[in-house]
Design a protein around this ligand. Structure first.
Ligand SMILES: [Zn+2]
Length: 309
């Protein structure tokens, strides 16, 4: 069975007073579609624990972690960067989001589940060692990967990011760390305007132009990521699942469809079965068009769960 990890606190975080694309409705859209599709009854649901400061210190500077705790408002809002705000519930939501990855790592490393999906917000992949950015506060996948390396003594963890935006925070944290192989496929040139010229052995980015179709994206993944993953032989695979690369999502200009996420997930399941005893964790990043977000997440989780409908 596949685990789904979330927490009600994740729905209470709001990015300021106005309407914001990174909204609580995103988690609901995924949950509703899980139920409608019939997939929900083959999933095991878990509440995310809160990450502790020591979990955050593995990937963020102490100064930054302390700053986030200090800025967390009792009432109203504080701004961490132009796109990223905190309300009185945000700190707990961010700690639960990072904590979901800790729970996922424990579940797959102890063999209780082979796969896990973290249905959480705020997302994480733009959060670097010492800064919040682009709706992200703590780097959830990085917190999970660093925990897996330390607690379970792993030597090789792969992180693949299919969000339409470059996972610049994850790259900042793990650049040069040979225990991690990190690949981000993203629209270029586009926010956050980084990652296209990275020349570091453990970073395998795929910058691609606006309008990239699923067919072209699949070719690039098959030619450039799959052979590197075969060489690397990851003991754990983590996916930064950003569904804003969907054709219907106007936060970006890629044209991926549900079938592309399903294909990618199948490839990751095959690799995890081959090298990682099936251990595969996926964590929500972007995805702002609610109907396509729900459908895409379900197409992805169906393949994680190897669910035949
Ligand atoms: Zn994104």
């Amino acid at each position: 069975m596949t685990a789904v990890i979330s927490h009600p606190d994740c729905t209470l975080h709001q990015n300021g007073t106005g309407s914001h694309p990174e909204s609580a409705g995103r988690l609901g859209a995924i949950n509703n579609q899980l139920i409608t599709s019939g997939l929900d009854c083959v999933l095991s649901h878990y509440d995310a624990p809160k990450a502790g400061k020591h979990d955050l210190y593995r990937v963020h500077t102490r100064e930054y972690v302390e700053q986030v705790f200090r800025l967390a408002p009792q009432q109203g809002y504080t701004m961490l960067d132009g796109d990223t705000w905190m309300n009185p519930h945000t700190l707990n939501a961010a700690l639960r989001s990072a904590g979901a990855m800790l729970k996922a790592v424990d579940l797959v490393m102890t063999g209780k589940h082979s796969q896990a999906f973290c249905n959480i917000r705020p997302p994480g992949h733009h959060a670097g060692k010492s800064r919040a950015a682009g709706f992200c506060i703590f780097n959830n996948v990085a917190v999970g990967a660093a925990y897996a390396l330390e607690k379970y003594d792993l030597q090789r963890v792969a992180i693949l990011d299919f969000d339409v935006h470059h996972g610049n925070g994850t790259e900042d944290i793990f650049s040069g760390d040979q225990r991690i192989l990190f690949g981000s496929s993203f629209q270029h040139p586009f926010y956050p305007y980084s990652g296209a010229d990275t020349d570091v052995p453990n970073i395998i980015n795929l910058p691609m132009p606006a309008g990239t179709s699923g067919e072209i994206w699949q070719q690039a993944v098959a030619q450039q990521w799959l052979p590197r993953l075969d060489e690397f032989k990851p003991e754990l695979i983590i996916i930064s699942a950003g569904f804003d690369s969907h054709w219907k999502d106007d936060m970006g200009g890629f044209k991926l469809l549900e079938a592309d996420y399903a294909w990618f997930t199948q490839e990751m399941v095959k690799l995890a079965d081959k090298y990682a005893r099936g251990r595969l964790i996926s964590c929500l990043e972007g995805g702002y068009d609610l109907p396509s977000l729900g459908r895409s997440a379900v197409a992805h989780i169906k393949q994680l769960a190897e669910f035949q409908s």
